[in-house]
Write a protein that binds this ligand. Sequence first.
Ligand SMILES: C[S@@+](CC[C@H](N)C(=O)[O-])C[C@H]1O[C@@H](n2cnc3c(N)ncnc32)[C@H](O)[C@@H]1O
Length: 317
Amino acid sequence: MTDSLPIHGNYRGYYTKRPSFHDPRLALIPSNIFKDARILDIGCNEGWVTCEIAQQLQAKEVIGVDIDDGLIRAAWKRRRTVWSQRPRISSPSQPSPSDSGDEQKPKRSKRPRSSQGEEKTKNRTERGEQLYSFPAAFEHMFGPLPIPPAELPGERSQFPHNVVFRATDWLKEGTIDDWEGYDVVLALSISKWIHLNNGDEGLLSFFQRIFSVLRSDGIFILEPQGWETYHKAKRMDPGLKKIGDSLRLRPADFERELLKVGFRSVEHLGQTGKGGLHAHLLKALVYELYSSNRLPACFGSLPEMIVPLMKLKAVGG
Ligand SMILES: C[S@@+](CC[C@H](N)C(=O)[O-])C[C@H]1O[C@@H](n2cnc3c(N)ncnc32)[C@H](O)[C@@H]1O
């Protein structure tokens, strides 16, 4: 995708305008839903929220997808940055890099070894352990630290090995990862863009596709953008304006539409922020599903076929 108008909400530098370290929207979501979960983050942009979930919320596997391949490249880079800058602890019994004598005899090299980078910012914890982190300035100068391959059992489900990024128009194509299904699907600040580019029908297909990739008792977290924000987006492009002017559904209708698609319940998780950063989150739960519902989304119109079945099951017990 070129650097043309961000008609999909595919903004560059999006997260530099938002609170960077802890996204306040995540605080509205019960953190236990992420623990050991397989998660899809649709419209992950440059991957900041995706990495935060993978690193800090004990997710087993996180797949971030975005329609813009340039943003996906930035997301992979973000993964290395977060990895480089993670705080590390060394116990008092382990000699730290600075205790090893290296500090007295600094060696010059073009790329710093991680230990040299770590020496810069060390603090002692209460238990006498030392905390190290790779200074951001080092990354600017030398690039992020390389990520070693996962070797130990369990490492695959830990950051940074537990997160991947894919470039795809998820509404139309999904991703190969959908096959296994997800415990949690996130769609944060993307519904407006799906709606304006694909109309009411497209948005309903989006909800149906999400429903189809969720596992039994899976959870869909949606942050619908307010209707008042559509007008500015429509002004960006005549195509968006044309579709935007034809829309009948409003964000206030989404809750009803989710229930029609087959979600068991919709809960309001709360609001955070102000103005352009204002967020209101919904959490929707799926029914106890037939295993057939785990068929991959690449079967296209399958969700439409399955949803009525789910309703029948719910009514018939
Ligand atoms: C406004 S950003 C929101 C980023 C992130 N979800 C957040 O809230 O922090 C919307 C993102 O959705 C992506 N997007 C829009 N339509 C998409 C589609 N059909 N498939 C995948 N990603 C899409 C855009 O490229 C953009 O990065």
